[in-house]
Ligand binder design. Structure first.
Ligand SMILES: *Cc1c(COP(=O)(O)O)cnc(C)c1O
Length: 438
């Protein structure tokens, strides 16, 4: 599933001077197969249950080649006549799925990190309209987020000049943001006369795939006039599923939403999305820049087609194309079924583990992520860490690990629709056998 070699061994393989002369294509291809692909992670293997990276949908993989060959850059419409309008169309579809109003809009991004950064930049523009020209003052507004949030959130606090001390974590309960604690935090900030730039909730958290209560948090933000950002990088694709969309109930209240098709829509990297409730927040708030050699001013009622006015990037891949092609090929319902299947396989693992005395689960899976521990034979943190390393080296499977509530846990993300109950049973039995060998 992965490589038996360590990083320095692999580095030696590629330790060579810059090739001065070209080689025959067949030779280069043979080397790619032997030296590159052979030791890459095999995400398409049904026993790979590691990180949140997809074994990509074939139609999207094929479209990658077309996108590269056509090579239209999507910062400005005149450089990408079809891709630009297709991007706008895909964004519109996703805004509608999320229940955002007609004045909503957004952009494709390189992923959830860029989407969240851009969302918070727009939030900064809303809170401090002069920040673009004057910089932020010595007393910046604060950013409030749940303690299980992805590091993209606190990273943005640093990048945006707020400073880490102005990023305030709210405790979680059962891995979800504790809404009472959020209310208390907001009350305290109000008493202290601090301004809140944004509240960030997570829909599909990285460690456990848990969903914050968006309806309650959204209501609280609406009541107090706070920017409400939803980091749905992982869980946004639940909106395709008739069964799981309810986990995002309340997302329609969001000021902005980060959503990664390169996670649960199984797009090849990279495909991220940022949706904003009012797209003027991006055109004027996030990126208040003029570039007369590139961007075109639009009339009052005219749409600005140039995506560069909404995006962190200048030269931009047409990542919307693979997403559009995959939606044409499989339809929204196809992606809903895919989402359901990955969750069902995770549920099967949960049920399998619950039956056994030698394992404990740390939570019920809300999506396709599950954290658990081996607890037979007085196994401790170090034992679980070693177990994971041995398992991954065995070639029988590949999983991850994290720290949860101070405990070392084994962590699985089901990203492969070809992973079945039999593979799940093989994982549990394999781990148990390996643990009993010691
Ligand atoms: C993966 C993830 C991110 C980061 O997204 P990238 O696409 O890796 O930049 C942010 N938030 C959550 C909840 C995630 O799961």
């Amino acid at each position: 599933m992965s490589t038996p070699h360590d990083a320095s061994t692999l580095a030696i393989r590629f330790n060579e001077p810059l090739p001065r002369r070209g080689k025959p294509l067949a030779e280069v291809v043979a080397r790619v197969e032997r030296d590159v692909i052979a030791d890459s992670n095999k995400l398409y293997h049904p026993m790979y249950m590691g990180h949140q990276v997809s074994p990509p949908v074939p139609a999207a993989v094929w479209m990658e080649m077309v996108t590269a060959a056509v090579n239209n850059s999507t910062a400005v419409w005149e450089m990408s006549p079809t891709a630009t309008v297709i991007e706008a169309r895909v964004i519109r579809w996703l805004c509608e799925l999320a229940g955002l109003p007609p004045e909503s809009g957004g952009t494709l991004t390189t992923g959830g990190t860029e989407a969240t950064f851009t969302a918070l930049l727009a939030a900064r523009g809303a809170a401090l309209p002069d920040a673009w020209s004057d910089g932020i003052s010595a007393n910046p507004p604060v950013l409030v987020y749940g303690e299980q949030a992805h590091y993209a959130v606190t990273r943005a606090a640093g990048e945006l000049g707020l400073g880490m001390k102005n990023a305030i974590a709210v405790p979680t309960r059962d891995y979800r943001m504790d809404v009472r604690a959020l209310r208390e935090t907001l009350d305290r900030l109000q008493r202290e006369g601090r301004r809140v730039m944004a509240v960030v909730a997570t829909a599909g958290s990285t460690p456990t795939g848990s969903f914050d209560d968006l309806a309650a948090i959204g209501a609280l933000c609406a009541e107090r006039g706070h920017w409400f950002h939803v980091d749905a990088a992982h869980g946004g694709s639940a909106l395709f599923s008739a069964t799981h969309a309810k986990r995002l109930a309340g997302v329609s209240r969001a000021s902005s939403i980060a959503w990664d098709p390169h996670k649960m829509m199984l797009m090849p990297l990279q495909a991220g999305v940022l949706l904003v409730r009012d797209e003027r927040a991006m055109l004027d708030g996030a990126f208040a820049q003029k570039a007369p050699y590139l961007f075109h001013d639009a009339g009052a009622d005219e749409r600005v087609w140039d995506q560069g006015t909404r995006s962190f990037l200048c030269s931009r891949r047409a990542d919307a194309l693979k997403l559009w092609v995959a939606l044409q090929r499989h339809g929204a319902d196809g992606f809903g079924a895919l989402y359901d299947r990955l969750c069902e396989t995770t549920r099967a693992l949960y049920e399998e583990l619950e039956k056994r005395p030698d394992f404990e689960t740390l939570h019920e899976p809300e999506s396709n992520i599950l954290c658990f521990r081996y607890i037979g034979r007085d196994a401790d943190d170090a034992f679980n860490l070693r177990l994971r390393e041995r398992w991954n080296r065995s070639g029988d499977g590949w999983i991850t690990t994290t720290l949860l509530g101070g405990k070392r846990v084994l962590r699985v993300t089901m990203m492969n629709p070809r992973t079945t109950r039999e593979h799940v049973a093989r994982l549990v039995e394999g781990l148990a056998r390996m643990a009993s060998e010691r």
